[in-house]
Design a protein around this ligand. Structure first.
Ligand SMILES: [Cu+2]
Length: 313
């Protein structure tokens, strides 16, 4: 049975994925049997009962109780099975175990930000331990988004001004992809995050060291990595093409017309301001939609991004 869901979904990697897949397969197989059965019967009847001669008339049939009860009771039983099974799974998925590790997920157009219990923040990269329940507490900074990790078989809406939650327990260390599953605007399809599933030990190490690995990089190298990892490229190109935001190519030192009619030179201060309070000085021709990075990027990281942007002529 698992082959069927593997054909339609990526390989499962969470404790309740097997139950989800079993129900998914049950619904698919039952639907397929009904589809084939009804289609074959219709074709057979169309041939068997076709009009054979001019005076071939249809007899008057008012009802057939046996048949009507049969076609009402069978679907009722099937629907009740799907309901009971689904409700059972729903209860499992809504009630996180008490020992779950909590991670805050904040959806913004168009990136995912994660806050861990240590105060660590990551963008577009969700780090989770394997073999330990993880409870995600999800919200949105702007519009409706949806937190969807097919490998774990979990999906939950990210709603502005309210928290939703979902939990999962990954079985094996590895990687997965987090998608936004609610259409949220022009860069919706770029709203992806990598899910890194660590062994318990590696997860602890990652929480402790986190960005420390970045210490070896030069500012320009670090800036380039951050621009990729922090979701900037969802809206800003580096090749001169215009996406939802201005291109980064040749941006440094350029004079920029703003939506309020004033002009500003793109220098260190303007870039810093645009990262921390993005919608105070918006470039003419663009919508004020950039999420703030206040609290998720430190000074060293902002400096590195500025240094990297200077190199993009
Ligand atoms: Cu979204």
């Amino acid at each position: 049975m698992n082959r069927l869901s593997d054909f339609m979904l990526p390989p499962a990697n969470s404790t309740f994925a097997a139950e989800t897949d079993a129900l998914f397969n049950f619904i698919n197989v039952v639907s397929l049997i009904l589809l084939i059965g009804i289609t074959v019967t219709m074709i057979y009847f169309a041939i068997k009962y076709r009009r054979k001669s001019e005076d071939d008339t249809t007899p008057l049939i008012t009802h057939n109780s046996k048949l009507e009860i049969t076609w009402s009771v069978i679907p009722l039983i099937l629907v009740m099975i799907v309901f009971g099974w689904g409700y059972n799974g729903y209860l499992t998925k809504t009630n996180a175990p008490d020992n779950a590790y909590e991670i805050r997920a904040i959806a913004k157009s168009w990136l995912w930000e994660f806050h861990y219990q240590t105060g660590h923040v990551s963008v577009n990269e969700l780090h989770v331990p394997a073999n330990r329940p993880v409870k995600m507490i999800i919200s949105s900074d702007d519009v409706l988004h949806s937190f969807y990790i097919p490998e774990f078989r979990v999906k939950m809406d990210a709603v502005p001004n309210r928290y939703t939650s979902v939990w999962f327990e990954a079985i094996e260390p590895g990687e997965a992809i987090l998608y936004c599953a609610e259409y949220c605007g022009s860069a919706h399809s770029n709203m992806l995050a990598d899910v890194v599933i660590h062994s318990q030990e590696d997860f602890e190490t990652w929480l402790e060291t986190g960005d420390a690995i970045d210490d070896d990089l030069s500012p320009v190298e670090l800036g380039e990595q951050l621009v990729q990892r922090q979701g900037c490229l969802a809206c800003h190109s580096t090749d001169g093409s215009t996406l939802q935001g201005p291109t980064f190519q040749g941006i440094f030192g350029r004079d920029r017309l703003l939506t309020d009619g004033s002009t500003v030179t793109v220098d260190e201060n303007y870039i810093r301001q645009s990262i921390i309070e993005p919608n105070t000085q918006v470039a003419e021709g663009f919508a004020p939609i950039m999420p703030t990075y206040a609290g998720s990027l430190n000074d060293r990281q902002i400096d590195a991004i500025i240094e990297y942007l200077k190199t993009l002529d």
